[in-house]
Design a binder for this molecule. Structure first.
Ligand code: SME
Length: 151
């Protein structure tokens, strides 16, 4: 699938009748299956029981110890504070980084907004350095824009 086909497939998942978490998992499976360099694909959502906290949502990949991440901590927490896409092409050079697995080399985190409200984020790890091309970044951002509809 090329990127426009992946985006179309994501849109049809989003417009389906499943529950939100089932849709989020289906999007993880889609990205994991279709993008060779993506090795861990998941969502962190704003925790309901604590302020300024992310909690792990649906994901595909190895289990992670980072099931709750405070805003500001790691790449995920920094994206939650800045509300900007955060791309790290070499995690070995990042200082505020939470290691998920020793194999991870690059990472992208894209916030999901509903209007001006932060709802959560898409987090993707790659075992390849410099894996996050501008096209892959756009694809992830386009999917996160569409996801706003289910929050
Ligand atoms: N590496 C992330 C932590 C989450 S794992 O990648 C699943 C970070 O630095 O926030």
């Amino acid at each position: 699938m090329d990127h426009s086909e992946i985006l179309n497939e994501a849109k049809s998942i989003i417009n389906g009748s499943e529950k939100r978490d089932e849709k989020l998992l289906a999007i993880c499976q889609l990205l994991d299956r279709e993008v060779e360099v993506f090795d861990w694909t998941g969502f962190y959502l704003v925790a309901k029981d604590e302020e300024n906290m992310l909690e792990l949502g649906p994901y595909v990949g190895e289990a992670t110890d980072h099931t709750r991440i405070p805003f500001g901590k790691g790449i995920c927490g920094q994206a939650a504070e800045t509300l900007q896409t955060f791309v790290v092409q070499d995690v070995n050079k990042a200082d505020n980084y939470l290691a998920c697995s020793i194999h991870v080399q690059s990472e992208i985190v894209v916030p999901i907004m509903k209007g001006d409200q932060f709802m959560g984020e898409l987090d993707i790890d790659s075992h390849t350095k410099d894996a996050i091309s501008a096209e892959l970044q756009s694809l992830c951002e386009d999917i996160c824009k569409e996801l706003s509809a289910i929050f």
